[in-house]
Design a protein around this ligand. Sequence first.
Ligand code: AMP
Ligand code: MG
Length: 393
Amino acid sequence: MISVEEAKNLLNQHQLSGKTGTVALDESLGLFLSADIQSPIDIPFFDNSAMDGYAIRWQDGQSSRKLRAETKIRAGEIGNFTLGEDEAIRIFTGAPIPNGADTVIQQELVSIEGNLFNFDIENFSKGANVRKKGAQNTTGTLIAKKGSEITPGMIGLLASVGLDQVPVYLPPTVGIILTGDELMEVGEPLSFGKVYDSNGHVLKTYLQKLGVKAIEIAKSIDDPDLLQSQINDFIQRYDVLIISGGISVGEFDFVKKGLENASVKELFYKIKQKPGKPLYVGFRDHQWIFALPGNPASTLTCFNQYVKPCLESWMGKSNTWQPTGLLPLKEDYRKKQGLTFFLKAKEQNGSIEILSGQESFNLISYGVANCILEIPEDIEFLPKGSMVKFYKW
Ligand code: AMP
Ligand code: MG
């Protein structure tokens, strides 16, 4: 049995990375850029007004101008206007600045008398309220770096320069096998001796949150032959295989043997941790195989601590093994030495609260937790205020 640190080091040394490719802009959320992005155009594309108001020429130096009553320049306007001497033209936000104009006086600060336009010139400087061509970026400027996460804001930036396809590290395709004779689907009344499958839903939605799209879930009863054919099928078809349950030492735990038969090479089996001691990780040429112990606390913890960082580095993220941060404990905490404990916790207002209901069958704490807390192997007691590592989902 290896320590948490040894397990993470082994995984880190064995990093697998995904292929690169392009995806549609709106499909790229949560993925990572596989190339630097240079803007193909100047943004703004043309000088335009930042306000609803009146365009003037600063050099006229007058605080009163003739208002060209018939001309209004709207956003989207494609006409070509030129401002005469001592003239002002009505203009709206986003509309092109007419030739000759260089300043916009916002409408709230003017008075109009007949065809005369008056404002207090002291309140303005040359160029006021004009968004200059190229002020965001000029053509060829590096606007986003390789390895950057594609957030909603990044999608806005990429759209603003006109990109409809984005170069990314492609997420892995993932097959999930849920083992257990006792599993029932949500939505049906629960029968005696059975349990609703929750791991399948946790794994699927967690993967989706990471940006994985191609996910197939299969269930297998605890029968070695059926399980074997399911493993053989999925291992042919997916980059990553995740198996829930059946990896412990029970008489009906057939996963490890099934993986050996499918030529999976073991990286490690069993970690000095609670929950999730019988975690198994293996690989084939360019494939990850994770067999997570079935109890829901183990599945969630092992996914957060081991599967997620591996998949994130597959998808081009860096520093995936770092905890989210360190924060002080809200209360004293005691445990036995010998195992690293991962606890469902709530990070709030700069401190960490360990939630009640940590038993492996108890999911109430799941619903409330916003992070997982790590208490090292050799620790027996941590007084309130001790700094602890926490990991957000
Ligand atoms: P196992 O790892 O197969 O020995 O399962 C350990 C415990 O987790 C058992 O109580 C199972 O009923 C439970 N369990 C296994 N798979 C799931 C699942 N998909 N959803 C919820 N509980 C599960
Ligand atoms: Mg089982």
